[in-house]
Design a protein around this ligand. Structure first.
Ligand SMILES: [Cu+2]
Length: 240
């Protein structure tokens, strides 16, 4: 029985090794684009106004704070939806991506949803002159729980090594939250205020495109990308 057990373990290990394809970066030429718009079938509701319960003289002193859990405009466009190709194995390097900066201003993390390439340190700024706390709830990567006093304008988080979705909160100001989408490739976008997104320089092929939103959940669909062409993908999150 021991030998059978050992064989099973070895076979499982070999299978995992063979299936665990590592992303390969190369210079993509003549790639295609995916673009589109994300909307919500439900009734747009006004974002909840947050009344600060701590540091009231600073938090919300300039701009009122609104919850960014679900931002839908009058045309039903949804902001802050992550649009990601989830099964791409070859393409551009993450070096083509801009530096990642998470700002704390008026006791709000800005932006609310940030795409973070693995291997790149995230800069966290404190523009408020009061203490904030950067608390990441990562599972695959070591979590971080750092106090950032008002005198420390900028800190740098250790680069993430494994792709995952990480919630960030501040333990001083309970309403502060942000999401980091940690990725090994640059084929990820976040919808803007008008619900639109664009992903460029994609090697031609068939892919799975995933749409993630913190309160609306997940949608996915198959997409075919052709060289030098734009593939339009418009999706609608059903009403809850
Ligand atoms: Cu804070």
């Amino acid at each position: 029985m021991k030998i059978v057990g050992l064989l099973v373990t070895l076979l499982t290990f070999c299978f995992l090794q063979a299936s665990g394809e590592k992303y390969q970066a190369y210079t993509v030429e003549g790639g295609g684009t995916i673009s589109g718009r994300v909307t919500f079938a439900g009734k747009p509701t006004k974002p909840k106004k947050i009344i600060p319960t701590a540091d009231k003289t600073v938090c919300g002193a300039h701009d009122a704070i609104y919850s960014e859990e679900l931002v839908v405009d009058t045309s039903k466009a949804v902001k802050n939806v992550v649009v990601a190709i989830t099964n791409i194995t070859r393409g551009l390097s993450t070096r083509s991506m801009p530096p990642t900066i998470l700002d704390q201003k008026g006791c709000v993390f800005r932006p609310h949803v940030l795409v973070v390439p693995i291997g790149q340190a995230v800069t966290v700024r404190n523009n408020d002159g009061i203490i904030h706390n950067v608390h990441t709830q990562s599972i695959k990567n070591p979590p971080v729980n750092l106090a950032q006093p008002g005198s420390v304008k900028e800190i740098s988080l250790n680069p993430f090594k494994i792709p995952e979705l990480v919630k960030v909160s501040c333990d001083v100001h309970g309403w502060m939250s942000a999401w980091l989408w940690v990725t090994e490739h640059p084929y990820v976008a976040v919808t803007s205020q008008d619900g639109t997104f664009q992903i460029s320089d994609i090697p031609p092929g068939k892919y799975k495109l995933e749409f993630w939103h913190e309160t609306l959940g997940k949608l996915s669909q198959e997409v075919e990308v052709k060289g030098d062409k734009d593939t339009k993908v418009n999706v609608v999150f059903p009403a809850k």
